[in-house]
Design a protein around this ligand. Structure first.
Ligand code: ASP
Ligand code: MG
Length: 467
């Protein structure tokens, strides 16, 4: 029988009682499962702060005391979780001991930073993986203490091999499939920490922030899973952010492209790369809400390969402010051969990813992640590019996107979508600086002044879904 991969993220792991809910969900399935877990809410951020502080204060007593106080804090946190979830005293002590061994490993890495005054990338990735390693160990132990057959399996033990890029790796499926499938076979529940795989030397490499979704998808691909079930605390993908729009709809079905574009354009529910490993085998992703146990295993959103199943094209309106515009001005930049090649080479050498390029005769607009803007500006303003008379930058923008399979189709409905979205925004006074349709078959987007993001989302959502 095919297995289901079940992912629990940081939103399911905030309070001691959350563990109970997870145990209940696991019991509801009544079949062998692979669980992939994230770190407890906020732990990864705290580890990043901790590494930063250790690096900056390397060698000083104060900084060493600070990292030790953080690992002390982790020990206390874990003790609280164990006390709230395990009744038997002997079992509690055994679990605490097992977790202490792991926290000691983390301690040694942090002490290492103090000694050498630097954080090599492989050490950084190893340290950040400890949030997930603590979750998987704790959950395995709690499941066992409740009489559920469970074991922990670390990515290094099951051979979840990556391309070796620290901080932002991808799974090497050819190298992983056989060993992962073999290691995860058998009865019971197997708990795997998300967020990282290992390079060919066995060093942890992270899948990027929010990467546990991608871990779960990679494992689902390796074992040809029946489905990837992602548990959240919301009703699946929604037609808009509930913080901005008062009555967003829950979306029953999305195809892989729509889910990927929605995540790319700001929907925080899944890591944008989660669908990649599932595409070929058409493994569905089911999004379920852990706060609604009465629904059992019925998902809110199913993501699969089925295209164009609704007549209303637009499924969701989303936004992200992780964007900035770098603009190259010159009377003929749009016409000059080779400028873009030089620009992309320059940015590539700095590890800067270009999100999009929109050109006109007198300007080239390059869309970048906001974090990259200043470095990109400095590099291009410094290196004179023939034909470019001025370089300017603008970080006060946000992207608002409409996503749905068919937004570009030459049908009556499809071809009107982008213009309806744009008109709705402009009519309500939104300052639109750029608009684009055509880059993907399922998304059209505009760049608006960042102060108008909310207004734009509300206007565009009302246009397609009513108020
Ligand atoms: N804990 C990691 C992060 O915060 C991975 C994840 O949550 O998926 O980025
Ligand atoms: Mg997450």
């Amino acid at each position: 029988m095919k297995k289901i991969v079940v992912k629990f993220g940081g939103s399911n792991l905030r309070k001691p009682q959350d563990i109970d809910r997870i145990v209940n969900v696991v019991q509801t399935y009544q079949r062998p499962l692979i669980l992939v877990v994230s770190a407890f809410y906020g732990i990864t951020n705290a580890l990043i702060t901790c590494v930063q502080a250790a690096k900056e204060g390397a060698g000083t007593k104060a900084a060493l005391a600070e990292s030790q106080s953080y690992t002390q804090h982790l020990r206390r946190l874990k003790r609280e979780l164990i006390e709230a979830n395990v009744a038997d005293q002997a079992q509690r002590e055994r679990i605490e001991q097992a977790l202490a061994v792991r926290i000691d490993q983390l301690d040694r890495y942090l002490t290492g930073i103090h000694c050498i005054g630097d954080v090599p990338t492989f050490v950084y990735d190893a340290i950040l993986s400890y949030g997930e390693r603590l979750s998987s160990l704790l959950l395995t132990e709690v499941l066992q203490s409740r009489g559920i057959q469970a074991r922990e399996a670390l990515p290094e033990d099951i051979g979840l091999i990556t391309d070796g890029v620290f901080g932002n790796s991808a799974c090497d499926f050819a190298a992983s499939k056989e060993s992962v499938a073999q290691a995860l076979a058998g009865e019971g529940v197997v708990v795997v920490p998300g967020f990282y795989g290992v390079d060919r030397d066995g060093k942890a490499t992270l899948f990027g922030r929010g990467g546990s979704d991608y871990s779960a998808a990679s494992i689902a691909c390796c074992i040809a899973a029946e489905s990837l079930d992602v548990w959240k605390d919301v009703d699946g993908f929604l037609s808009a952010d509930p913080g901005t729009v008062t009555t967003p709809r829950s979306i029953a079905q999305l195809n892989y492209l729509e889910a990927a574009e929605l995540s790319y354009f700001g929907a925080k529910i899944l890591h944008p790369r989660t669908v990649e490993p599932l595409f070929d085998q058409d493994i569905p992703i089911r999004i379920l809400n852990i706060t609604k146990p009465e629904r059992g295993l019925q998902p809110y959103t199913i993501i699969n390969g089925q295209r164009k199943v609704t007549k209303d094209v637009v499924k969701s309106v989303t936004s992200t402010d992780d964007v900035a515009i770098l603009k190259l001005h010159g009377p003929g930049v749009g016409f000059k051969a080779g400028i873009l090649a030089r620009v992309t080479n320059q940015l590539d050498s700095l590890g800067i990813n270009i999100k999009s390029v929109l050109t006109a005769q007198t300007a080239i607009n390059i869309l970048l992640a906001r974090d990259h803007l200043d470095a990109a500006y400095a590099a291009l303003a410094e290196h004179h590019l023939a034909g470019v008379v001025e370089v300017s930058r603008n970080a006060e923008v946000a992207i608002v996107a409409v996503v749905g399979d068919g937004v570009l189709e030459a049908s009556d409905v499809g071809s009107a979508i982008a213009s309806r979205a744009l008109s709705a925004a402009i009519a309500s006074g939104v300052r639109v600086c750029l608009a684009a349709a055509g880059a993907s078959e399922v998304a059209a987007y505009m760049l608006v002044h960042q102060d108008d993001t909310k207004l734009a989302l509300q206007a565009v959502h009302a246009e397609f879904f009513g108020a």
